[in-house]
Design a protein around this ligand. Structure first.
Ligand code: SF4
Ligand code: SF4
Length: 386
C-alpha cells in the first residue's frame, strides 16, 4: 500500500518550494519572520496504534534518562497519555512512577523496554520495571534496540509471549533503527503488536515510508522516535558558526511525522514547559508549506553533521566501523546534549572497533549519498567518546 496520496502530493509541493527560490539553506531568518496568525487553542488528538485498543495522544513523551517531573506532570494534565521509558535509563522508571502516583492508571499508557536477550533475564527485567514503575502491568513491553532478526532469539520471543500471557504486559514490541530490515520478521513471527522506529523529517525516506505502510496494512502499530532530534537546533551553534535554531523546528518536525497516518504516536523528550506547549500544538495544527520550508532549511544546515540512518554505507569500512551506529551515538551528544548516553552507547562496541582511529586513514572509503562528512564526524566521535 502506498502512502496517503494527499500527503505525498503535499510533500512534493512543499519540496518544490526551495527550488523555486522561496527559501535557501541560509535563509532561516526569512522563514521565521512572519508572525503567527491567531489560531484555535491547541488540543490533544488521540490516534490508533495498530490493532491494539490503545488510543495514544499523537504527541507522547520520551521520558529518557532524566525525567523532568514538572514537565511530565503538566503533560498529563494537558491530556498527553503515552509515556516511553526503558530499563536502561537508570532511575527513569522510578522517578516517573513518582509523577503518576495517585493518578488514574488506566488513563496512562506506559511503555518500557528490556535490554536483555535471554528469556530469564527479560522476564526479570519486566518484574524490575513493574516494581520501579509501581504498577502491576505495563501497556507496551519492548525489547530495546533490535535491528536484526538474530537480535531476537527464540528465548526472547518466548519471554515476550509469557509476559503477555501473565498479564504483566498488555502489548509487545521492539524498538529499532532499521525498520525495513525488521518488517517481514515482525509480521511473520506474529508475536509483536507494535514497532518503535526512528522516523523524522531527515530520516524518513522511501524505505521507512514503505515499512510504515506495510506495518499499517498488517495492523502493527508504529511509534515514531527521534522525531525532533535533528531539527531541534540544539548545539547547531557549535557547528561552524551556523545560526542557532529558534525552537520552531520540533513543532514542524512532529507535524511532519503526524501527517503519516501509519504513525500511532511520537515520543519526543521534553525538558521545559515551553517545549511541551509547543510540541503539543503539533496534534491540532496543520502541516504547512512554511513548516516544510523551515524543515528544509534545518535539514540543509545539519546535512554534513547528521547521519540519516539510510545504512547505505553498512559493511563498507574495511576496519569494520559501524558508521551509522557511531554517528548515532555522536548525535546523542551533539544533537541531544546527552554525553552519558553517547559514551555508554560507544562503550558497548567491541574493543577492536572502539580502538579504530579514523584519523589514521588518509581518506575514507565511504562517500555518503546524504552529504554527511563521515570521516570528520567519526574522528570527532572517537575523540569525544573513546
Ligand atoms: S553516513 Fe550517510 S550513508 Fe551512512 S548511514 Fe549515515 S546517511 Fe547513510
Ligand atoms: S575513515 Fe577509515 S576507518 Fe574510518 S570509516 Fe572511513 S574507511 Fe573506516
Amino acid at each position: 500500500m502506498s502512502s496517503n496520496p494527499s500527503r505525498r502530493q503535499f510533500l512534493q509541493a512543499g519540496m518544490a518550494l526551495p527550488a523555486a527560490g522561496l527559501v535557501s539553506p541560509n535563509s532561516l531568518e526569512s522563514v521565521l519572520q512572519e508572525p503567527p496568525k491567531a489560531k484555535e487553542p491547541p488540543k490533544v488528538v488521540y490516534r490508533t496504534l495498530g490493532k491494539t485498543d490503545l488510543k495514544p495522544s499523537g504527541v507522547g513523551y520520551g521520558i529518557g534518562y532524566v525525567p523532568y517531573t514538572d514537565v511530565v506532570a503538566r503533560s498529563l494534565d494537558m491530556g498527553i497519555n503515552y509515556f516511553d521509558t526503558a530499563r536502561d535509563y537508570k532511575d527513569s522508571e522510578r522517578i516517573f512512577s513518582g509523577v503518576i502516583k495517585g493518578r488514574q492508571r488506566d488513563k496512562i499508557i506506559i511503555a518500557t523496554k528490556s535490554p536483555s536477550y535471554k528469556k530469564e533475564q527479560i522476564l526479570k527485567d519486566l518484574d524490575t520495571s513493574l516494581k520501579e514503575l509501581g504498577t502491576d502491568y505495563v501497556d507496551v513491553w519492548h525489547l530495546h534496540a533490535r535491528d536484526t532478526p538474530a537480535s531476537i532469539p527464540d528465548g526472547a520471543l518466548e519471554a515476550m509471549r509469557i509476559a503477555k500471557q501473565s498479564g504483566k504486559a498488555r502489548y509487545l514490541g521492539f524498538s529499532c533503527h532499521k525498520p525495513y530490515a525488521m518488517v517481514d520478521f515482525i509480521i511473520n513471527t506474529k508475536v509483536f503488536d507494535v514497532m518503535q522506529m526512528t522516523y523524522s523529517y531527515p530520516i524518513g525516506g522511501r524505505l521507512r515510508n514503505d515499512a510504515v505502510d506495510k506495518l499499517r496494512e498488517a495492523g502493527i502499530g508504529v511509534i515514531a522516535m527521534k522525531v525532533v532530534v535533528a531539527v531541534s537546533g540544539l548545539n547547531l551553534a557549535d557547528f561552524a558558526g551556523k545560526p542557532k535554531a529558534t525552537g520552531e523546528g520540533p513543532l514542524a518536525g512532529i507535524k511532519w511525522v503526524l501527517t503519516n497516518p501509519g504513525i500511532g504516536t511520537t515520543v519526543p523528550h521534553m525538558r521545559t514547559i515551553e517545549e511541551l506547549e509547543m510540541n503539543f500544538r503539533a496534534m491540532s495544527e496543520p502541516y504547512t508549506a512554511k513548516d516544510e520550508q523551515l524543515l528544509f532549511v534545518l535539514n540543509e544546515q545539519i546535512r554534513p553533521d547528521y547521519c540519516r540512518m539510510c545504512y547505505e554505507c553498512e559493511g563498507k569500512c574495511p576496519k569494520g566501523v559501524p558508521v551509522a551506529e557511531v554517528l548515532r551515538f555522536l548525535a546523542y551528544h551533539d544533537f541531544c546534549g546527552n554525553y552519558h548516553q553517547a559514551a555508554m552507547s560507544f562503550k558497548g562496541l567491541a574493543k577492536e572497533i572502539r580502538d579504530v582511529r579514523c584519523s589514521d586513514c588518509s581518506s575514507c572509503v565511504i562517500q555518503c549519498p546524504n552529504g554527511v562528512h563521515v570521516q570528520e564526524r567519526l574522528i570527532r566521535a572517537q575523540e569525544l567518546l573513546a
